[in-house]
Ligand binder design. Sequence first.
Ligand code: ATP
Ligand code: MG
Length: 140
Amino acid sequence: MACERTLSILKPDATARNITGKINAKFEEAGLRIVAQRRTRVTREEAEQFYAIHKERPFFADLCSFMSSGPVVAQVLEGEGAIKKHRDIMGATNPKEAAPGTIRAEFSLSIDENTVHGSDSAETAAEEIRFFFRETEIVG
Ligand code: ATP
Ligand code: MG
């Protein structure tokens, strides 16, 4: 399997509860390397742009409010099959359906406050990485 990069975001519920290190430990234990990382705050407009694919969905407004409600940690993860591996470690979108041991099963509060975002394809990964990072900020 090819070495890939994916965009991960530790969402405001993760920074609020000071559990970003516990989450990063899970990524590193699974062999993913954090090759870029920045704590930041996204504006509502940036959240709307980032999640534009969901703009017709009923949860869009709540999602954008939540993502701009507090600090996030944006990061680029690198490793063999990183996109799928990261999503496997995240678990299902709804924490009630997430497999035991996944981040969402262990830490998430609800389908809204579900702790982590991960790119879902090679195309979205490239686009989402560009949204947060310049190439020179990614050090593999
Ligand atoms: P993310 O894109 O954040 O990594 P995901 O790919 O598992 O999560 P998506 O379908 O892309 O899930 O939805 C984006 C986000 O919108 C979810 O993480 C969740 O917070 C929210 N969301 C998705 N479906 C629902 C829903 N049915 N009700 C409320 N919120 C939802
Ligand atoms: Mg998604």
